[in-house]
Design a protein around this ligand. Structure first.
Ligand SMILES: C[S@@+](CC[C@H](N)C(=O)[O-])C[C@H]1O[C@@H](n2cnc3c(N)ncnc32)[C@H](O)[C@@H]1O
Length: 484
């Protein structure tokens, strides 16, 4: 029978092993490590991407951690913060992103950077916004709702949105169409009866949906026409007057190129060349039940993702929800040697094995509020182990890996994600240089606080490094011919 005490003991032991590495970093705070600091930053503010980290954090990382010359990778690219900051600093970068709405943010910004007629685009955007052609009667492109988005807009809002889509697709210029479609995607939450709330969309009481338990008052719900015009003008404004103060860099620095691979990093990483990246800066989904496919359902529906495709995306994402099933195709994509090394590191992590055992035990006893929790925790670390072994392969010797992640708690058990992943990373061959801990950690949910006390969960930035010199494999003993 596994007890909390066994786990507590193993947690303390692992913490002691890493005691020289854990370091409170007073330069960091929640604002910097989350999207908050991006809310007012030119270009980053176009799309509210709450799960992102700030461009200031990435600048801080570039200023603080030395990286060899060459491209930077973010395998969980989100809205592309790592890549755009790298590009602004003249570094080439690449990202991998699974979800279409995140990919479309990156692609739109990428294409705007590449275009050499920005002045025409800015003028075209302003003209389109002031003419408001979509407010006249005419044809529409219907918004195909998903089951979980039905009723998200008032009839008038939906009509205007569908007219807008039609007018946009009649334009000749590809980039103009892309930017206007993007502007529309960026206002969907604002004009809807919903609010993004992590595990699901919350519905305003005016929506007419039966949402007794979670209904709330969202406050002002914006009309489509004004919201989209404001967004288009904001984009035009930022393109015209970029926020150069954000980076203390001469304007002469040529922007670095950006590449995007769309798909799951678990399938893309094995296809990337070994030792090809000079640094990796990322923030994977946290092991906290946060469901991106529900949170961004409006945007995904807008981009044409149907019910089956949505389910497929949910299962393909890095396991972080209780609905994720075991991914049984990973050995085939990563190759047996890499797979077995990663699986050994995952299975042999003693604290993790005990945590999963404890949660399984609680599930059998009917004590968990959701029986998918043990499978989620196990799947999360299994897939992260595989990703970490791939990271080690594709990084150049001497390249750093910087990761933002949160520790979590389930059924009263603290899961030190930072230490468990760092332990797995050391098995993959990384040097664990530092785990920067934010001065103020993350509180518990009010329900957990009541049940389990008020201890804080660490929010951290890990710094691992691929050693400059790969340890030499022991030479085989020279065979000496024995003369009998
Ligand atoms: C915490 S967010 C990253 C935010 C990003 N750092 C930024 O500043 O915008 C994690 C991202 O990982 C993506 N993701 C989840 N599973 C993935 C997978 N298997 N492959 C690639 N991306 C994935 C999610 O869609 C989400 O955009």
């Amino acid at each position: 029978m596994l007890t909390c005490d066994t786990i507590d003991h193993l947690d303390k032991k692992l913490t002691a092993d890493f005691s020289n590495i854990l370091e409170v970093n007073g330069d960091l705070d929640r604002r910097l490590v989350s999207f908050q600091a991006n809310k007012t930053a030119s270009e980053y503010r176009w799309c509210k991407y709450k799960e992102g980290f700030s461009s200031k954090l990435i600048n801080y990382i570039f200023d603080t951690i030395s990286m060899p010359n060459g491209p930077i990778l973010d395998p969980f690219a989100g809205a592309g913060t790592t890549m755009f900051v790298a590009s602004d600093r003249g570094k080439p970068s690449a990202g991998i992103e699974l979800l279409p709405h995140s990919a479309s943010i990156i692609q739109t910004r990428m294409n705007l950077r590449k275009c050499n007629n920005q002045i025409d685009i800015i003028q075209g955007l302003r003209d389109f916004a002031s003419e408001r052609s979509w407010t006249q009667k005419g044809k529409t492109i219907p918004f195909q709702h998903l089951r979980i988005t039905k009723g998200a807009f008032s009839a008038e809002t939906q009509r205007s949105l569908e007219r807008f889509r039609w007018e946009v697709q009649t334009l000749n210029d590809d980039l103009m169409r892309q930017v206007l479609q993007f502007a529309c995607m960026c206002v969907l939450e604002k004009i809807s009866f919903t609010r993004k709330d992590g595990q699901y969309l919350r519905w305003d009481h005016r929506s007419g949906r039966s949402v007794r338990k979670t209904a709330f008052d969202k406050g002002k719900i914006f009309g489509f026409n004004d919201a989209v015009v404001d967004k288009i003008n904001e984009i035009a404004f930022d393109l015209e007057s970029p926020d150069n103060d954000l980076f203390d860099l001469p304007e002469t620095v040529a922007k670095g190129s950006i590449d995007l691979f769309e798909g799951s990093c678990l399938s893309v990483l094995p296809k990337l060349r070994a030792r090809s990246f000079s640094g990796l800066i990322t923030s994977p989904p946290y092991c906290n039940r946060y469901d991106y496919t529900r949170t961004y359902a409006l945007e995904l529906a807008y981009l044409g993702v149907g019910e089956d495709a949505l389910k497929h995306l949910r299962q393909t994402m890095l396991t972080c929800t209780v609905e994720n099933r075991f991914k049984d195709d990973l050995e085939a994509v990563s190759g047996s040697k890499k797979y077995s090394d990663a699986m050994n590191a995952w299975q042999e992590q003693e604290l993790l094995a005990n945590i999963i055992g404890f949660l399984e035990q609680a599930k059998v006893a009917g004590e968990l509020n959701n029986s998918g929790i043990p499978r989620m925790v196990s799947g999360y670390f299994r897939e992260m182990a595989l990703a970490i072994f791939e990271f080690e392969r594709i990084l150049k010797p001497g390249a750093p890996l910087v990761m933002v992640n949160d520790n979590v708690r389930f059924h009263g058990i603290h899961i030190p994600v930072d230490l468990i992943l760092s332990d797995i990373a050391s098995k993959a061959g990384f040097d664990i240089e530092k785990i920067w801990v934010l001065p103020k950690g993350k509180g518990n949910s009010s329900q957990q606080m009541g049940e389990h006390g008020r201890s804080e969960l660490r929010k951290c930035v890990y710094i691992w490094k691929k050693p400059s010199k790969v340890p030499q494999a022991k030479k085989p003993m020279r065979q000496v011919a024995l003369s009998m």
